[in-house]
Design a protein around this ligand. Structure first.
Ligand code: 1CP
Length: 351
């Protein structure tokens, strides 16, 4: 494998951690758990660390990004860290006019909605990702045998922000572009595919033991459009990192109809959102595929009894799959009481 000889999978024993073993299809002593958005606004120590530093600057300041990545591991004893960064960080690294505004998410100076604009996109040298390598290296040094999960945005989701110039509900920008100007769509999605692969490779080379490709908004396309206009760009990212041999998770929301195609794109683990039960997901993708998910984030604030019962149901339905990595069906809501997450981890570990 292309993995450096000093990598934590080889030297720190992350390969024997419950998290990585589950991703490879095993059922360790206790079900491993991490939470999407475990680092972030639900934690007072995160708000304190971020005070006065804007989001993208925080992501590109290695010691700060590393500290924020470690916070939820210390507090909740989750089985993995997820690298603190954002899916638009590669766009910033590429020198594009992008920012992340509080309460709004990513915003572009101007949308990439025509061939003229898209033709301006630069090739990015791998060295531009050095702050990312540095933050990952600092982090894995502290994590020991707990694995770090690296991540990147999938081409459709990142291109949706670029084509629209910011957040949107229906993602009409990219979905129209696929048909109105397929060459422009190909150029845009192809460019994102390359920078997302560079972003993931930098994280793996610096010490990430697994990666997740986030296609959060893939659920807004039909299976036919996914297979015709989206899948090959995601497959490009996943195949670019295949030679490293680290497990690759593929996640999106509203993807019940896309799970099979998302697996076929080259995933080792399929992430399932809260809209479909894990036993049904296992039926669709095949029982030999490890699944990740899918506690409904809405239930974190519904009272412990309700959450506990729901979690038991998720754990039980997860037995239909080859292996189960426990997670939420989407990110931790910012208003979540962190004590609930700590208690939930404890409960899952005792199950
Ligand atoms: O703990 C972790 O999970 C690591 C941190 C992380 C991750 C994995 C952040 C920090 N962002 C992401 C990925 C990301 N960014 C996704 C995929 C995951 C998902 O679906 O939740 C998406 C869609 C984005 C884009 C984005 N960035 C949004 C969503 C906006 C929308 O269109 O609805 C937002 C709000 C951001 C900003 C952001 N990223 C991360 C944090 C902690 C924040 C909030 C920034 C702040 O403190 O103001």
């Amino acid at each position: 494998s292309r993995l450096p000889s000093e990598h934590p999978l080889r030297t720190a024993g992350t390969d024997r951690s419950p998290m990585i073993r589950a991703m490879l299809g095993d059922r360790p002593e206790h079900p491993p758990v991490w939470f999407m958005r475990q680092a972030g606004r639900s934690l007072p120590e995160y708000r304190a660390a971020r005070e006065g530093t804007n989001m993208l600057e925080s992501c590109l300041t290695p010691d700060l990004a590393s500290e924020i990545t470690l916070q939820p591991v210390r507090r909740h004893h989750v089985d993995a860290a997820i690298f603190f960064s954002d899916i638009v960080v590669p766009l910033k690294v590429a020198g594009l006019d992008v920012d992340i505004l509080p309460g709004k998410g990513p915003v572009m100076g101007a949308p990439f909605n025509s061939m003229e604009r898209i033709a301006e996109l630069p090739e990015v040298p791998d060295s531009a990702f050095d702050p990312i390598r540095e933050a990952v290296a600092l982090t894995v040094e502290q994590l020991g045998s707990t694995p770090l999960i690296g991540f990147a945005g999938a081409p459709f989701t990142v291109a949706a922000y670029m084509a629209e110039g910011g957040s949107s509900r229906d993602h009409l920008g990219p979905r129209t572009m696929m048909y109105r100007d397929p060459e422009a769509w190909d150029a845009l999605a192809g460019w994102v595919s390359r920078v997302s692969a560079q972003f993931l490779s930098a994280q793996i080379e610096a010490g990430a033991s697994a990666v997740q490709l986030f296609d959060s908004w893939a659920g807004s396309v039909s299976e036919r459009d996914y297979r015709e206009h989206v899948m090959k760009y995601s497959a490009g990212v996943l195949s670019a990192v295949e030679p490293y041999g680290v497990p690759r998770i593929h996640f999106g929301t509203g993807t019940g109809e896309l799970l099979v195609a998302m697996k076929e794109a080259g995933a080792d683990v399929v992430g399932v959102d809260y809209r479909i039960d894990l036993d049904q997901a296992a039926e669709r993708v095949g029982r030999d595929t490890p699944l990740q998910g899918n506690i409904d984030p809405a239930l974190l604030d519904a009272g412990w009894g309700v959450l506990q019962k729901h979690t038991m149901d998720v754990l039980s339905k997860g037995k239909a799959a080859a292996a189960h990595i426990v997670n939420l069906g989407h990110g931790v809501p910012p208003g979540t009481d962190p004590a609930v997450l700590t208690r939930l981890v404890e409960f899952i570990h005792e199950s």
